[in-house]
Design a protein around this ligand. Structure first.
Ligand code: ZN
Length: 258
């Protein structure tokens, strides 16, 4: 009920509406502007990294850090071709030294991957590219803003005035933080799968690795649900849908490798 009031208040202030996403064309209900989403995500990211640093959980493995950076750099170039405004994003990637099976990309291109997912799933470069491609696709498609909007609605009586005024971003920083722990919608997952595999193919990464990645993820869930799957609910037919995309994506992949 409270969240309904919040949405009504925001609608009245005509801050929000149904906007068609420029990449997917899907209509999305958004309570925060892209600028607000990016600024608050940048704050949440800085905070996450400084906490990890304090606990000694930012990976100091130089080889692993440069391996991840090499892969994400190639994906970032293709993100710019898919969605031109992302060329101005201040992209950044961190490797967090925790056994968690997780990875994420916040609005504005602030990314992290956890050592747990790389080592426990024994990920190849192609598979890392698929998971980060999927994450980057969520960011390009505005899914972070959707999650932040839900987090805001959940917070109910948050200091609406300051948000409406667009001034106080500090109230949004915890929202950005909560947002990355909320599950994406299944529609969002299907979109991120579709655009993520294409992003990776354009960057020269093997589309068949997407199928392998999700098979590994499914196998890992026999020992409890990986963090990643709690925020990325698997559409039942995910592996079949990705498999069906492989021929088309292989053509893009082979062209990129030439
Ligand atoms: Zn996802």
């Amino acid at each position: 009920m409270k969240s309904k009031l919040v949405i009504t208040a925001l609608l009245a202030a005509s801050l929000i509406g149904c906007q068609a996403n420029p990449v997917s064309g899907r209509k999305q209900l958004v309570l925060v502007s892209e600028e607000q989403a990016q600024a608050s995500s940048a704050q949440a990211y800085t905070q996450t990294l400084s906490e990890a640093q304090k606990k000694g959980k930012l990976s100091t493995d130089a080889a692993l850090n440069s391996r991840v950076k090499r892969i994400t750099d190639r994906l970032i170039v293709q993100a710019g071709n898919m969605y031109a405004p992302s060329r101005d994003w201040k992209w950044s990637v961190a490797v967090i030294d925790e056994p968690t099976l997780n990875a994420w990309c916040m609005p504005g291109g602030k990314m992290a991957i956890y050592t747990g997912i790389i080592s426990k799933l024994n990920l190849s470069d192609d598979e890392i590219a698929q998971i980060m491609g999927h994450e980057i696709a969520h960011a390009l498609l505005g899914h972070g803003r959707e999650r932040m909007s839900r987090a805001m609605a959940m917070q109910g009586g948050m200091q609406l005035g300051s948000i409406l005024a667009g001034r106080d971003l500090t109230v949004l920083s915890p929202v950005a933080d909560i947002a990355i722990s909320l599950p994406h919608s299944r529609a969002g997952e299907t979109e991120a799968d579709r655009y993520g595999i294409e992003l990776a193919a354009r960057a020269g990464y093997d589309p068949r690795a997407a199928v392998r990645l999700w098979e590994k993820m499914a196998a890992a869930s026999s020992n409890g649900v990986p963090q990643f799957l709690s925020t990325h609910p698997a559409p039942d037919n995910r592996i079949q849908v990705l498999n069906a995309l492989v021929p088309e994506m292989t053509a893009i992949y082979e062209k990129a490798r030439r």
